[in-house]
Design a protein around this ligand. Structure first.
Ligand code: ARG
Ligand code: GLU
Length: 676
């Protein structure tokens, strides 16, 4: 009986890992081919990744520091998300040219706008260098040699499976990237923070750029003489659309997952870390929202900050719910028990779990301390600004010019309220014996934490742009900042719960042991911002008992949300007009019996942050959508993927084409795409 149960549980795990879970290394994708083909993929492993001839990987880029983009023409045309292009679009915008509000469309190559500081990186190749490193070759020598292979090349070696494998990634970066077009925020950010992480969704979250190269098609700094980059491969675009059940794969740069962590880590996430971070951010959001409600100017000033704080805040709430619903920690405990039984008579593994549990026992408080600082005292803006001013002065820079953009979106009274709230939280939550003496002294000196904050905000010259240049190291905001950074426990910073100091080293042997023991499980390395393939299918899901969420949304849903009174739902007039006239041109199609335009869809692809902007590709290798989100209740997929509920959200490529063509009036861009 017991044996049968064990077998059943083992079967469950292996089935789950076959059910669309996983972020696979492109160079090893042949191991997944059988499964992919059975689900509708019609191409080969070499079509996905090949170093000898052009493959799909040549059409995918790391966009900026943490998004994905894809090439859709032989002349360097690139698609990514609106929220990925946001920073670049904002920097190009001014009061006279407000591209965020009104959108922008270059009507010729000459009108495209260079984006200073924006670059994209193509993966040239990846290579397993585990054996070379084991044979004594120097990491740095391998990286330097790869970086010297060509113009614009750079390389890194990344650990997979917690160091059981090392891969060399060779990239080629292009720095001349230009904005071609963006819809207005009322399309690109439609639904705003209200709809963020939600389904049904109606956001046209895309923007269009072009990559430029020198005459030899090599990377080059911006020059008017540069010409559009000719990629080895670009994605054809399907205008046929998708239906429920269709195969989809996503090709992109997922940033950070922790699928193999112990139950100790899951308990910490769901019981300690996420709840603390959610509570702290709720406090900050409440303060900012209240100020925004009092003053429309503040609403705009703090919109981006509010969105930034709210994004992870909402994600964590879904993560906690998901982990509890799945019973992830208990499942892991059960799994660990069975592993321990297997390991018991293997000297090299027998004490592994005990060592790891003990290490978590020792390190949890340290990591908590790091997270507490990062979410409270480190977030305060005026102290950060004081620090920045001192740095500018040290470099003999122009304080007024360099600080202008910070002051434009800064309100010292809001920051003071945030400082009071965060200092109180810090003092209330800091573990016994970890309070920095210098901070305790300051609070004692002024009588209370609030009084100390008042002293800082009453007297700091950083509070006002007019006096910013006079800030010195003795300024109370600068002093506060240097005291906080001096005590900030950066040595405990970690990318996730598998990466904690003193714990990290155990995960290598642990995963090696798991692979020996759990031979049915399909292991894939945790996401680490390296190029991956995930695949699944277009699918709705049961949101709640009796409440099924369909897999796609339409323009009619946008109109249904229309409300000029609510900023997030103020539909642009051009869309209202197109809808009223049913003026959809070739992009109209009948969905659920109605002539409309498709807008977004969901699928079972395993994704995470960094996958924003990634191409969603059908079984024939054609672009059908651009990934931009997950549903918030499925965000526990960073820890445990559940095929029943985990869904990624994409903007339907037909909506993208419709907006470029009918709303942007830039139909000439479609001519250079390969439409199928
Ligand atoms: N949730 C998405 C992501 O994690 C989109 C965020 C941008 N959109 C927004 N409304 N804040 O990046
Ligand atoms: N919006 C996220 C990003 O910027 C993707 C959402 C997710 O975490 O899956 O990468």
């Amino acid at each position: 009986m017991k044996k049968l149960f064990v077998l059943l549980v083992a079967a469950m795990f292996s089935l789950e890992s076959l059910a669309d879970e996983g972020m696979w290394l492109p160079s090893l994708i042949s191991s997944r081919m059988k499964d992919m083909r059975s689900k509708g993929f019609r191409l080969t492993a070499k079509d996905i990744y090949d170093i000898n001839s052009a493959s799909l990987k040549d059409a995918v880029v790391l966009f900026g520091g943490g998004c994905t983009g894809e090439l859709v023409s032989a002349e360097g045309l690139l698609l990514t998300n609106h929220h990925c292009g946001y920073g670049a679009i904002q920097r190009l915008s001014s009061v006279e040219h407000d591209y965020l509000t009104y959108g922008f469309w270059a009507m010729s190559r000459a009108e495209e706008l260079p984006c200073e500081g924006l670059s994209v990186s193509f993966l040239v190749r990846m290579e397993d260098v585990t054996a070379r490193l084991a044979a004594g070759e120097e990491r740095k020598a391998i990286i330097d040699a790869a970086a010297a292979e060509g113009k614009g090349f750079h390389a890194s070696i990344e650990d997979m499976y917690y160091g059981n494998q090392q891969f060399l990634f060779v990239y080629r970066s292009f720095n001349d990237v230009r904005l071609v077009g963006t819809p207005p925020s009322a399309i690109g950010k439609f639904g705003g923070d209200t709809d963020n992480w939600m389904w049904p969704r109606h956001t046209g979250d895309f923007s269009v750029f072009r990559v430029y190269a020198d005459k030899e098609n090599q990377p080059a700094a911006y020059s008017p003489d540069n010409v559009p980059y000719r990629p080895a491969r670009h994605l054809p675009v399907s205008t046929k659309g998708i239906s429920e059940g269709d195969f989809t794969m996503i090709y992109g740069f997922p940033g950070n997952t922790q699928e193999y962590v112990l139950s100790d880590a899951v308990d910490y996430i769901a019981d300690v870390s996420d709840p603390m971070k959610i509570a702290l951010r709720t406090k900050r959001l409440d303060i900012i929202s209240a100020a925004q409600e009092r003053d429309p100017g503040t609403r705009i000033q703090y919109a981006a900050k509010h969105a930034g704080i709210a994004n992870a805040w909402k994600k964590w709430q879904g993560e906690v719910l998901g982990i509890r619903r799945l019973g992830t920690a208990d499942k892991k405990r059960e799994y660990e028990k069975r592993f321990a039984a297997w390991a018991a008579d293997k000297p090299q593994y027998a004490s592994l779990l005990d060592s790891m549990h003990a290490a978590y026992g020792r390190q949890k408080e340290n990591y908590y301390l790091y997270e507490l600082y990062a979410e409270t005292l480190m977030t305060l803006e005026m102290p950060q600004m004081a620090e920045r001013i001192l740095k500018i002065k040290e470099e003999n820079g122009d304080v007024a010019a360099k600080m202008a953009r910070y002051y434009r979106d800064f309100d010292a009274s809001i920051d003071r309220a945030l400082a009071k709230a965060m200092l109180a939280e810090f003092v209330g939550r800091i573990p016994q014996g970890r309070m920095p003496q210098a901070l305790a002294d300051k609070i004692a000196q002024y009588g209370s934490a609030d009084a100390y904050v008042d002293h800082i905000y009453d007297t700091s010259l950083a509070a006002d742009a007019a006096t910013a240049a006079e800030v010195t190291a003795e300024d109370p905001a600068a002093e506060f900042r240097s005291m906080v950074t001096a005590n900030y426990p950066r040595e405990y910073r970690a990318r996730n719960l598998s990466d904690l100091k003193d714990i990290k080293r155990w995960y290598g042997p642990y995963l090696k042991a798991l692979m020996e023991w759990d031979t049915e499980r399909a292991f894939y390395p945790d996401a680490n911002l390296t190029l991956r393939v995930a695949y699944g299918s277009v699918a709705g899901y049961e949101y709640a008992d009796g409440e099924y969420h369909r897999c796609n949304t339409t323009l009619d849903g946008i109109i249904a949300k229309d409300n000029p009174e609510i900023y997030d739902y103020n539909v642009p007039q051009s869309l209202r007009d197109a809808w009223a006239a049913k003026d959809y041109g070739r992009w109209g199609c009948v969905i659920n019996g109605k002539l409309t335009v498709p807008v977004c869809f969901i699928a079972t692809n395993h994704t995470t942050g960094g996958n924003s902007g990634s191409p969603i590709i059908n079984g024939r290798g054609e672009l059908v959508g651009i990934n931009f989100d997950r549903t918030w209740r499925s965000t526990m997929s960073d820890v445990e993927f559940d095929p029943a509920i985990c869904r990624n959200i994409s903007v339907d490529i037909r909506y993208v084409l419709f907006v470029i063509d009918r709303i942007g009036g830039a139909s000439y861009l479609l001519d250079e795409m390969t439409l199928r």
